[in-house]
Every structure is written in structure tokens, then in C-alpha cells.
Design a protein around this ligand. Sequence first.
Ligand code: GLA
Length: 386
Amino acid sequence: MTNPTLLATIAGFKQEYDREPAGVWSAPGRVNLIGEHTDYNEGFVFPFAINRRTYAAVAPRQDNMICVASSFSKETFQIAISDIHQDEKNGWAAYPFGVAYAVAKLSGKPQTQGFDIFIDSDVPVGAGLSSSAAIECAVGLALNELWNAGLDKKALAKAGQLGENEIVGAPTGIMDQTASLFGELDHAVFLDCRSLEAKAIELGFADAGLELLIIDTKVAHRLVDGGYAARRAACESGAEALGAASLRDLSQADLTRAEEILDPVTLRRVRHVITENSRVEETVATLKAKGPRAIGELLYASHESMRDDFEISIDELDTAVETALRHGAIGARMTGGGFGGAAIALTPIEKISEVTLSVLAEFEALGYAKPEIFAVSAAPGAKREL
Ligand code: GLA
């Protein structure tokens, strides 16, 4: 039990609540290798759980209150389970409250047992690495067990999404929670967001002499702002205009028809999702057949599509991607919801320092905030620690 964040979580719980936790559960953040804004279109995604985790120490209370405290904010929050609703006053506690609401709802029985929860995390916040899904999955797993709610991992992923949609108020898909729950060491999760069938696919980065760098631009993205919801609405109206239940049901062959019917903006949104779905399938096939050194062009094609068609990139992300590629990265793209957050750069080990130093220098020259650059690897999904 040497993990410092785990130890800090237990210490934080004891200090806050003056007693021992009943257990500690953890869940990782995730990075998406490819497949962006395809999840809520019932398409394909290919993320992996990363070696940065959120820990939740939990103990039952005598009443029906959910109490939340954390190492990253002095504020504490509490609410009666039956009273959980969308409210700005919830602050970041909307994530644990949301998942408590959703686990109770999906369990099909009224839950009245309250809990004290203390959270600590080394997942960077606002970087597009799903610090929020990590909270939801760690707390969701804990409550599922302590309430005896009987949800399996698919249902827990849905609980995270439901809490985020209804209590946080962000119309997000199911990718982040699935990656956090189904992640495996050295594997990414190829998820069909319609059937929720999740397949672990070996990445083989280390054997190929590669590392995945995260370039966190420090431009915080927020999924409750209008851009994400506007993209989702455009996808839904595009699908409807083309007579499809969702964009998942369309292929590149439908694009000619789309060009005739759709307005230029909706056409671009639809084209991103249709081509991105093909890129995810091609990435998985290429990875299996030829290994990770062969997927670079697909990563960059995804970035171009997000920049030009989905229009969710920003100058800092474009600079990170172009600079990394110029200095030896095999492939690079922005990752996550967009409008800020991080880019990824799949980089040969011998090029890591050149890519890192060049991106830092370029950001400084352009007067951007200093980015944070670090490697991540594919780690196991959510689990009980103690
Ligand atoms: C955010 C959402 C996900 C997904 C991505 C974009 O991370 O939470 O559901 O839509 O954006 O791919």
C-alpha cells in the first residue's frame, strides 16, 4: 500500500470525518486514442484508461445524507439522497451526487442509506482526460457495492452518464465511463456505443518503442458550455434530415446525398462523424495487422476532421499537434470534447525530449500559457482498493 494518493485519501477521510472509511475504490481517467463525438451518435470509440486515478474513501452514515469532501477544495457538500437535483450550488459535487442519484435510480429500489465520501485524485482537471468520469466511476462502484445495488459494469457506465446528463447538465455520451470501468493494462477499449459491446485491444506501444504524450494546453474546456450541446444537436438534426435513427447508420456512400440536402454547417458536422467512425474501425484493424507505428496518419486525419469539419479545435491544440508532428511524433490529434483540453502525440521514445522541448518553445514564442506535457500508459479500470 505505497500509492501516495491512496494513502492521502484515507488520511483525508479520517481528518474530515474523524473515523475510518469502510473501503476505498478507485477509477482512472481516460484518454481517447480516436473516435471523437461519435459516442452520442451510437458509433465507435477507442479510448484507454490511463495511469492517473481518482480515489474515493467511503463509509455509511446513520442518516440518508450524501456528504462529499476532497483534497482539491476546502468546500464540503451534502444533500439528502431523495433531494438530489440539478443545481449550480452543487459545484463539482454534482458528479458524485449525480452518480448516487443514478445508481439509486437504476437499482430499481429506493436507497436510503447515506454515506460520507472523501475524494483525492491525480487526474488533471479540465484537460480532457475525464477527471469527472473518474469521480463518477470510483463513487459509482463504491455505492453499487455498499447499497448492494447489483449493477454490472455496463449499467454503472450508464449510471455515470445519466448522472452527468441529468444532475450535472452536460449532454455527454458514454465513452468516458466505459473506458474508466473496462480499461485494462496495455489495452485500449474498442467500444460499439450502440450495443455497448467493449473489446480490449492490445496497444503494444512499449514494444514498438513508442509513448503516448499528453500535451495539456491548460485552456480549460467545459462541457456544460454551449459548444458541445450545439454539436450534438447538429448531429441529431443531420441524422433526422437524412432519415437515419442516428449517424451510426450512415456511411461515406451517404455523403453525396448529405451534400444535396444539408446546409453547409450540418454537412460538415455529419461528415466528421461518418468519417470518424470509419477511422476508428480502420485504426483497430491497422493496429492488429501492422502495429502502432502504422496508425499515425489516421490520428492526424481525425485531427483535421475535428479542426475543419467539426470545428472544435483551438489554436493551442493545432499548434501542439503540428509542432509535435514536425519534431518526430508519428501521429497527433486533439483529444476529448474539444474547445480546449489536451492533444495527444504518439511519439518514438528517442523523440520525446525533442517533441517536448519544441512544443514548450513554440507555445512560449506564441505567448500561450505553458502547457503541461507528460506520457500516459494504459492502466487497469475501476476497482476496489481496500
Ligand atoms: C467528452 C464526453 C464524451 C465524448 C467526448 C467527445 O469527453 O464526455 O462522452 O462525447 O467528449 O468524443
